[in-house]
Design a protein around this ligand. Structure first.
Ligand code: CP
Length: 336
């Protein structure tokens, strides 16, 4: 029997992975987008306004922008992605950037090169913007400290996924006619592993939306209340009367053994089915960041039903990433 050796991307020794939740690192430098924690309300609202402007352009027949002309962007994905990677690529190309993309499996990190050494090599080739997804919480912050390029966090471990948070906010802005205050979002499922939930909570709490989370005790992070979310004991209680529910993907790849008794029990207690969707307000909507485990956290009739805004989230992802790229590049040029 042959044993296949698994070689994991090696991290540079200091920094990466040392961000401890719930400590939030303020995303103070506007050249980067590292997270929504600490982002001022005005900045959030301006980004959403810009995202809507790009979404309107898409709906009128296509994005027309040369905002990234002369800019070289590298999409460095050390974890799998469909939505985030492709929507960044589309946004970058539609705005006139030169785009290079690589994933961990076809880079020299597989030969043991550190994350920082790899991206310093990319930087030396003349890249201006690094869009980074990595399994290590804090990787984007670490790179922003050690690279001269703009860094955009495309998801770091279980920490934050700020462009997903912004596209979720843009989707809710459309559904809620621009009014966030007085609304309530329920987030149900695997909260502890969810960078999507953290970014959504940070953004929505800043805009005055009440956020209620619910999930099995083993999948609820201790101290989630400290970032502004309320914990409900059951999915039914979280969803009843809410303006929207965000069902989270069960992140089996990040799980240790023993967190769940069985998938069937998880679905029965925490899955979004038609009965639970009817507990929402009559106009309430269902979000899911994707990819969906159909039949586990979300039933197909709800995923494809009239309350679902999942494909709107995906479409808004391209528009929102245009807005983020334009803003970060403009800030970077203003300090150059
Ligand atoms: N929502 C999200 O991050 O999806 P991908 O993993 O497909 O990018």
């Amino acid at each position: 029997m042959t044993t296949q050796m698994q070689i994991l991307p090696a991290l540079a020794p200091e920094g990466a992975g040392l961000v401890s939740y719930p400590a939030a690192i303020p995303a103070a430098d506007p050249r980067h987008l590292l997270g929504l924690a600490g982002m001022p309300r005005e900045t959030l609202l301006e980004l959403l306004e810009e995202g809507q402007r790009y979404r309107d352009q898409m709906d009128r027949g296509g994005i027309v922008s040369r905002a990234l002309e002369g800019v070289t962007v590298c999409n460095a994905f050390f974890e799998n992605s469909t939505r985030t990677r492709l929507s960044f690529e589309l946004a970058e190309r539609r705005m006139g950037a030169t785009v290079v993309t690589f994933s961990a499996t076809d880079s020299s990190t597989m030969k043991g090169e550190t994350l920082l050494d790899t991206l310093k090599v990319v930087e030396a080739m003349g890249v201006d913007v690094m869009v980074v997804r990595h399994a290590s919480s804090g990787a984007a912050h670490y790179l922003a400290r050690h690279l001269a390029t703009t860094v955009i966090n495309a998801g770091d471990g279980t920490h934050e996924h700020p462009t997903q948070g912004l596209l979720d906010l843009l989707t809710l802005r459309q559904v809620w006619s621009g009014r966030f205050a007085g609304r309530r979002l329920a987030i149900v499922g695997d909260i502890v592993h969810s960078r999507v939930a953290r970014s959504a909570i940070h953004g929505l709490v800043t805009l005055g939306t009440e956020v209620t989370v619910a999930g099995p005790a083993t999948l609820l992070p201790a101290g989630i209340e400290t970032i502004g979310a309320r914990v409900a004991p059951t999915a039914d209680e979280a969803i009843a009367g809410a303006d929207a529910v965000m069902t989270l993907r069960l992140q089996k790849e990040r799980m240790e053994q023993g967190l769940l008794a069985s998938l069937g029990e998880y679905t029965r207690h925490w899955g979004s089915d038609a009965r639970r969707a009817r507990l929402l307000k009559p106009e309430g909507v269902v979000l899911h960041p994707g990819p969906v485990n159909r039949g586990i956290e979300l039933m197909p009739d709800v995923a494809d039903g009239e309350r679902s805004v999942i494909l709107e989230q995906v479409r808004n992802g391209v528009a929102m990433r245009c807005a983020v790229l334009e803003r970060c590049v403009a800030e970077s040029r203003s300090v150059a």
